[in-house]
Design a protein around this ligand. Structure first.
Ligand code: PMV
Length: 349
């Protein structure tokens, strides 16, 4: 597959039960299992990959900007490329061009769609034919949360017990068609890049958080209850478990020393607004959840979507509202971001 471009498209996932903390930094093994919904292509990443003897060095472009591969975070994430190249016994350099349809590193789960899409494209470009489980294990080693974006629908990432990570991968709980009424409404509270990366933040929480131990004590049970709620399409339970888990994770972040705060005043306004909405309805119709950033993801159903969108727009400072459905997961597409003729005319990149 040398000199052939492979292009994949993939989407972020939003965790209902969060992953925050590793038990192995190198292999990216989590302290707890987590559960997510893979979003549809409202937010998407497109990535083209080309391995060629003509390339003089590895290069990665995200949203037209060349990424410094000697930089800490990028360097660690790039390791997944080296692992897959080794597996395919190919030593050619690679050109990776990736485009997000949404702001990168602003708590819109860009790493989850970025790495999952990359691994998908790499597997095709290298002719590896990895199974979904193997793709998930690969993606996990680039960014933990991305191992869930290998699958569509409702997904669990099992913590696993093995020291080599062989049992720590994602699996589908139910596919995208299982609960088609589910909607994920996104309230943009800031498009700025976050100050503390999730990688650095969670490491600090595991190292010195006081509340973190209590999180680990409760979360196993929450995972079991969430799987039940998804299978039974029990929105009331899903809503409460989701909101409480987001609050719990953000409490452990604040309790980290020095403290980590990802939510801003707009996020807090959204939290209050959703509780008001649920109270006015007399039942939970909307469940907020926040990743490592201030933007809100509101889980609701098609029936209540207009009410949720209206309420979100009423919150002071919300600059945009996006509406997503449950997505199908990554796929290979024809539409390439790499112009091989242009590359050939330039010699190499
Ligand atoms: O994107 P990662 O793998 O560095 O971790 C992000 C973790 C959260 O988004 C905050 C929660 C989650 O489970 O997605």
């Amino acid at each position: 597959m040398l000199d052939e471009v492979a292009t994949a498209t993939g989407t972020p996932n939003i965790a209902l039960i969060k992953y925050w903390g590793k038990r192995d930094e190198k292999l990216i093994l989590p302290q707890n299992s987590s559960i997510s919904i893979t979003l549809d292509e409202t937010l998407s990443t497109k990535t083209s990959v080309l391995f060629s003897k003509r390339l003089k060095e590895d290069s990665l472009y995200i949203n037209e900007k060349q990424i410094d591969l000697s930089d800490g975070d990028a360097k660690e994430r790039f390791e997944v490329v080296n692992k897959m190249r080794k597996l395919a016994r190919i030593d050619s350099k690679v050109l990776i061009v990736s485009q997000n349809s949404f702001p990168t590193a602003s708590g819109l789960a860009s790493s989850s769609s970025g790495v999952a899409t990359l691994v998908y494209a790499l597997s095709t470009a290298l002719g590896l034919k990895l199974s979904p489980k193997e793709l998930s294990i690969m993606a996990r080693q680039g960014s933990g949360s991305s191992c869930r974006s290998i699958f569509g629908g409702f997904v669990v990432w099992n913590r696993g017990k093995n020291a080599d990570g062989s049992d720590s991968y994602a699996e589908q709980i139910a596919n995208a068609k299982h609960w088609p009424e589910i909607r994920v409404i996104i309230g943009i509270a800031s498009e700025a890049k976050k100050k503390v990366s999730s990688r650095a933040g969670m490491k600090q929480t595991v190292a010195n958080g006081i509340l973190y131990k209590s999180r680990l004590g409760y979360v196993g049970n929450a995972v079991e209850k969430m799987i039940r709620a998804i299978k039974d399409k029990d929105f009331k339970s899903l809503a409460e478990i989701t909101m409480r888990d987001s609050n719990n994770m953000h409490a452990t972040m604040l309790d980290t020393w020095p403290p980590i705060l990802y939510l801003n005043d707009i996020s807090k306004g959204i939290v209050y607004k959703m509780h008001e909405l649920n109270e006015a309805e007399g039942e939970s119709i909307a469940a907020y959840t926040f990743d490592a950033g201030p933007n809100a993801f509101i889980i609701t159903t098609e029936k209540y979507r207009p009410k949720v969108v209206k309420a979100l727009r009423e919150v002071d400072g919300v600059s945009d509202v996006l509406e997503a459905k449950v997505g199908e997961g990554p796929r290979i597409i024809k539409d390439s971001l790499i112009d091989t003729e242009e590359l050939a005319s330039k010699g190499s990149r």
